[in-house]
Design a protein around this ligand. Sequence first.
Ligand SMILES: [Zn+2]
Length: 227
Amino acid sequence: MEIPYRVEHRNVKHPRLEFKDLQLLIILPHHTKDPTEIIARRKAWIERKWSQIQEAIKNSGEAEGFMIFGEKYTIENADVNKPAIDHAQKKIILNPKNQKHTKQLLNQLKKLLRRKLEEIIGEYSAKTGFKPEKIMIRRQRTKWGSCSSSGNISLNLKLICLPEEMIRYIVHHEVTHLKHRKHNGAFWQTISQEYPNYRQIEKELLTQWFKTEKLLQNLTRPKEGDP
Ligand SMILES: [Zn+2]
């Protein structure tokens, strides 16, 4: 199997498979040392999922560069003191040899995303009366967003890459969790009032998950180049 994978041992009863960071993660109970059996048993699923991911990356044309709110930006390596986002020319300029630049750039993107999220959530709250206590932006590994029982909403930094209408959907999804904690009938009923096509959007988001993973990697693991 050509598919890159890594194995983690956790306190689980049964082996579990997940695709994360463009890699297959095999979670095994502590007593199972060899992943061969689960790989063989789930081979069809693994291969199907893997080709979906490859397809998504290929079709996205996002093997290089970055995206901000659904718009393409090129990444330019230059000997600059500070990384910069040039919205007019749709360029991100950074020195890949400067260790601080990635972090500074991610902070700039975070600020941009926060401004957009506050605007969307403000509109949403005015309309529905639901308002999160706090909005946190994090580089979550497994989800677009989450909602805590204390009413805080965490959103993934990867949202910065998505077109605004998808960000709006994710915000709507998470804020709806303030009222309906679980993905039950009542939850999807509320979602479908605003988004009758939510199934289609959820499917598209799965594809976007892998595309944006690649985009973030383009930014945080820049190719060696002469600035
Ligand atoms: Zn949810």
